[in-house]
Design a protein around this ligand. Structure first.
Ligand SMILES: [Zn+2]
Length: 310
């Protein structure tokens, strides 16, 4: 079987229940009339996006709407891809100095590295690896195995204090009927303002998800807390974000404003209506750029032009 996204044959990858794991990750799509990637040069972005957003308990659902949106996204920056490779090593590390395999000559044991780094080919991963090595962020332990150095860990630690973060964390209700809040309002507004966005899929609540949430909040530049449906979890996450000193933008659906807890009513809520999501999207983007500024992925001229930091 060939991967629908990266078009590579699924060689030594396993089948998990009804889903096949590719280097792009585990994803599912409609078999009849599957979503199409029209811009060939975007395959690597879709591939990286699946890797980054899949949950360990549920395959990522690849839809046409997601592909269409990714096709208009700016190219991921070199710096962010370097960070992704470092995070991969950090994630695999169980003790300091542990050699982690990044074998770019024979990558069959770790083909997912290409997707993880939003790379086109293994040569691009190799370029990132060499950069990390020359900058002394990783050290070579044995052929094809590397460990994060003191400098490497320190750099990752500095990101946790959000110095270079391009990330917006979204705290929101995860009920099935709230999916549109993320897909049609929050995500497009945040991306149009030039920021990257992440939410944790909590539909399959599992151990460690809270750690993941706290890490993401710490690593994010700012947080959007949507209090539609008045969920306790969102208050909790917003409280964490406040504690970490993050800027929070509160949003809520018009009808649910009256349900808000007394403690948060004095915040300047961005109130949206599902009768006019287009308006909500524009206003949210304006709120983000006014309070946080434009993010590093701001579109300037054509979808794939690199953004210039302002
Ligand atoms: Zn693939």
């Amino acid at each position: 079987m060939v991967c629908h996204v990266c078009l590579e044959p699924n060689t030594n990858y396993e089948q998990i229940e009804n889903f096949t794991r590719y280097r792009c990750g585990t994803y599912q799509l409609r078999i009849i009339n599957p979503p199409r990637i029209t811009n060939e040069s975007c395959r690597y972005i879709v591939s990286g996006h699946i890797r980054e957003n899949q949950s360990p308990h549920k395959p990522f659902e690849l839809t046409q709407a997601i592909i269409d949106r990714l096709e208009t996204m700016p190219k991921p920056t070199f710096e962010h891809n370097v960070i992704r490779l470092m995070r991969y090593i950090e994630f695999k590390t169980t003790y300091y100095g542990e050699p982690i395999e990044i074998d770019t000559r024979n990558f069959s044991s770790t083909p997912e590295l290409i997707a993880i780094c939003y790379a086109h080919t293994i040569n691009e991963v190799d370029f990132l690896r060499r950069y990390l090595y020359l900058e002394k962020l990783i050290s070579e332990e044995k052929g094809g195995f590397y460990a994060l150095t003191f400098k490497g860990f320190k750099y990752l630690e500095s990101l946790k204090n959000n110095i270079n973060s391009d990330l917006c964390f979204c705290a929101m209700c995860f009920d099935e009927d709230c999916k549109g809040i993320f897909d049609d309002l929050l995500e497009p507004a945040v991306r149009n303002a030039g920021w990257n966005i992440q939410r944790v899929d909590q539909t399959h609540y599992h151990e460690g998800v809270m750690d993941q949430i706290i890490t993401l909040i710490r690593e994010s530049k700012f947080v959007i807390a949507d209090l539609t449906k008045n969920k306790k979890g969102v208050y909790f996450e917003a409280g964490f974000a406040k504690g970490f000193g993050k800027e929070i933008i509160f949003t809520c659906k018009e009808e649910d404003m009256k349900e808000l807890h007394f403690d948060v009513r004095h915040y300047n809520f961005l109130v949206w209506s599902d009768k006019d999501l287009e308006k909500g999207k524009k206003e949210l983007k304006a709120r983000i750029t006014a309070t946080i500024g434009y993010g590093p992925h701001k579109k300037i001229d054509g979808p794939l032009k690199m953004a210039i930091n302002q």
